[in-house]
Design a protein around this ligand. Structure first.
Ligand code: PSU
Ligand code: MN
Length: 309
């Protein structure tokens, strides 16, 4: 099961109980709450995602850091504290120890949340989009620690792919090199977050959650395996026109360059700029794909738990 738990890991009682009884649990990240969506939409979305996971028969566990403790499963008021976003760090693998030791609050990225899943023993994690290789990484070396986490931690990440703010081809190349399977749910093409597909192929296509569960079981039966991506395209009716999103991203990237935004601050900056340049249409798309991913993740955790018993 799970490894020795660090003293700063806190599992909410319903999460602990579900894990002990082999019931399905789905982790949710908090960077999207604190740094990805504006208030008060962020809190509404965080609560809606938990409800959707519960409707699908799984226990939701939103992950975040409060007062230097890594919580797996947050109460409403704890989620509110992160959503208000005062002094909430964006926490991945490299700054986790610092935030914990200083007793701070933090929202976990895909990498940070995967670490919490691995420590707690949670197999399924739902996010919007993964981080990856930024354009120009050949010079800047800006590659998200999400890819490190995917190549080391045994967690299935349900996502709508990666945004075109990233170099999607290079991101998929790193995943291939690190041996992370990318599975397309009803698609041959890796989804690009606001749009249902990109020009790049997935490793394997499945038509149903049951089929996805079979691939995940095969992957996890291999003791050398680490993470896996289940790529769930944005629902067609919520997708944005390609031209709108290309234009918004180009403007966002030009602004980031002009202002010298780098490192940890770059992804939230680009997301905010895309929101402005798409006249907030990106927000509706973001919510729709998060909800769709929560439904898929809840159902998947349910199917996986049935096959374990
Ligand atoms: N991509 C999105 N929305 C997000 C993020 C990525 O479309 O909110 C967040 C996720 O939490 C992801 C993080 O793990 O940004 C990646 O940040 P970085 O590039 O600094 O690793
Ligand atoms: Mn980055």
């Amino acid at each position: 099961m799970s490894r020795t738990r660090p003293p700063w890991l806190r599992l909410a009682p319903p999460v602990e109980e579900a894990l002990q009884q082999g019931k399905p649990v789905v982790a949710l990240e908090s960077t999207v709450i604190a740094h990805g969506l504006p208030q008060p939409l962020n809190l509404e979305v965080a609560e809606r995602l938990e409800s959707i996971v519960a409707e699908e028969g799984a226990v939701p566990a939103t992950v975040g850091i409060l007062g230097g403790e890594l919580h797996v499963g947050l109460s409403r008021s704890q989620i509110e504290r992160l959503a208000e976003g005062r002094d909430v760090a964006k926490v991945g693998l490299s700054n986790l120890a610092g935030v914990i030791a200083s007793g701070g609050d933090g929202a976990t990225t895909v990498a940070g949340t995967m670490l919490a899943c691995d420590l707690a023993g949670i197999e399924v994690f739902v996010t919007g989009g993964i981080g990856g290789v930024h354009p120009g990484a050949g010079e800047s070396f800006d590659v998200s620690a999400d890819l490190t986490a995917l190549s080391e931690l045994r967690v299935t990440v349900v996502s709508a792919g990666a945004k075109a703010i990233l170099d999607i081809g290079a991101t998929l190349q790193v995943l291939e090199t690190r041996g992370v399977p990318v599975i397309g749910l009803g698609t041959d093409r890796f989804p690009a977050f606001y749009t249902p597909s990109s020009r790049w192929s997935v490793d394997h296509r499945v038509e149903s959650i049951e089929e996805a569960a079979a691939v995940i079981r095969a992957h996890r039966a291999n003791p050398h395996s680490a993470g896996l991506i289940l790529a769930n395209p944005i629902p067609a009716e919520a997708a944005l026109p390609q031209a709108l999103i290309d234009e918004a991203i180009a403007q966002a990237q030009a602004e980031a360059e002009l202002r010298g935004i780098r490192g940890r601050a770059l992804t939230p900056f680009l997301l905010g700029a895309v929101e402005i340049h798409s006249a907030s249409r990106s927000l509706d798309a973001n919510c729709a794909l998060l909800e769709s991913n929560a439904r898929v993740g809840g159902h998947l955790a349910q199917v996986l738990s049935e096959s374990d018993t």
